[in-house]
Design a protein around this ligand. Structure first.
Ligand SMILES: [Zn+2]
Ligand SMILES: [Zn+2]
Length: 379
């Protein structure tokens, strides 16, 4: 990286011009046209649908399907995402996913993570695409050999620029023609849709690494943030994602906003997606407890309380107890579920196992409550 010898890498003019011209049009020409001519409601609706199509092709397709292989989908769906990705102008699937795999492997490493958040908001949001920071790595797709065997991925890679032009001019022109407002459509479905979907997905690399909570891991900068999730089709639960990148969900609670997960689940219910991977509950709970232990331990080490050693000792003791209760509970739960499904098992055996299951569940729940109160006490 040339910042070592004090000189910045050269500017990538094509990217710089595309980002700045579309941004200028979006903030000047779009409101200008809206105030003088006005946009019709059907056009606004189509622009919203087109924006969501671009965004979800990136989150459900580029990200969760191809980069992380967290599920498998029907070729028709892959084709739809491949077109949506070109429409979103975020480089080819092969290129995007290769970069993203490097991001996960070397997260926060300023030399190797292509959009390391440790280099600041601007760099991780857009700056990394404006200069030749990784020119030597540009065509290295050795971490995406699986994708190189995928005919849809490779077809999109070969025809990427034609697909970008066809979708970005063709779709707005068609919509404009159908709704009788070609200029309005070029501005709204063409430019504003592109700028919004660009910056919304760029937030996943910038904001989702800078702002929020870290319940699942404190080993990198990835954060969970409900507001960022609202803007990014659920990708704002990025701390969970970096901890369990193979999971097709980013939000694991039913009330958290993750439309990408809902869509993938919906596709699986109609037979268009399968093998949705999830992380077992036990591993998630272990990671939460481990992260709480790390964070509380760090806090205690930083303060100068007279009884600090005693508090640290108690913290570790309760953590060990929690993990033991957790392992015992999940083991008996597994045994109980297996026995319940076994039609040949005796009723007496079933009821004794059920009793054991209920007892361990109760003990685990009490220990968990105790652990949470200790966390509050030490906070
Ligand atoms: Zn990822
Ligand atoms: Zn990330």
């Amino acid at each position: 990286m040339s910042s070592r010898n004090g000189r910045k890498p050269g500017i990538i003019w094509l990217n710089t011009l595309v980002f700045s011209i579309t941004f200028a049009v979006a903030i000047i020409a779009v409101p200008g046209y809206g105030l003088t001519v006005g946009f019709s409601w059907p056009l606004v609706l189509v622009a919203l649908v087109a924006t969501a199509y671009c965004g979800m092709s990136i989150t459900a397709g580029y990200h969760r399907l191809w980069s992380h292989r967290s599920y498998q989908s029907h070729p028709v769906i892959e084709f739809i995402f491949a077109i949506g990705g070109a429409f979103a102008v975020q480089n080819s699937i092969l290129h995007w996913c290769s970069d993203h795999r490097v991001h996960h492997k070397y997260v926060d490493d300023n030399e190797r993570d292509p959009y390391s958040a440790k280099r600041g908001f601007w760099f991780s949001h857009i700056g990394w695409m404006l200069r030749e920071y990784h020119v030597n790595q540009y065509d290295n797709y050795s971490n995406a050999l699986d994708l190189q065997k995928n005919p849809i991925v490779m077809w999109q890679h070969r025809h990427y620029l034609s697909l970008v032009s066809l979708t970005n001019f063709g779709i707005p022109l068609l919509v404009g023609f159908a709704l009788g407002d070609i200029w309005g459509s070029l501005l709204l479905v063409g430019v504003l849709r592109l700028v919004v979907s660009h910056h919304v997905t760029f937030f996943i690399n910038s904001l989702a690494h800078l702002w929020g909570r870290q319940p699942y891991s404190d080993q990198n900068t990835a954060k969970d943030n409900a507001l960022v999730a609202l803007l990014t089709y659920g990708e704002g639960y990025h701390n969970y994602h970096h901890a369990f990148q193979f999971d097709y969900r980013n939000a694991i609670k039913w009330w958290q906003f993750d439309p990408t997960k809902w869509m993938i689940k919906g596709l699986s219910l109609v037979g268009l997606a399968k093998n949705l991977k999830t992380c077992p509950d036990e591993r998630i709970r272990q990671r939460i407890a481990q992260t709480q232990l790390n964070q509380t331990r760090l806090k205690l080490l930083q303060c100068k309380l007279p009884n600090r050693e005693e508090m640290l000792h108690r913290l570790h003791q309760e953590y060990d107890q929690l993990i033991l209760q957790m392992q015992a509970f999940y083991q008996v739960k597994k045994d109980w579920l297996a026995l319940k499904a076994d039609h040949l098992a005796e009723n007496v055996e079933k009821s004794s196992m059920h009793q054991q299951y209920k007892e361990l569940k109760q003990r685990f729940s009490e220990q968990q409550k105790y652990w949470q109160s200790l966390m509050l006490q030490y906070a």
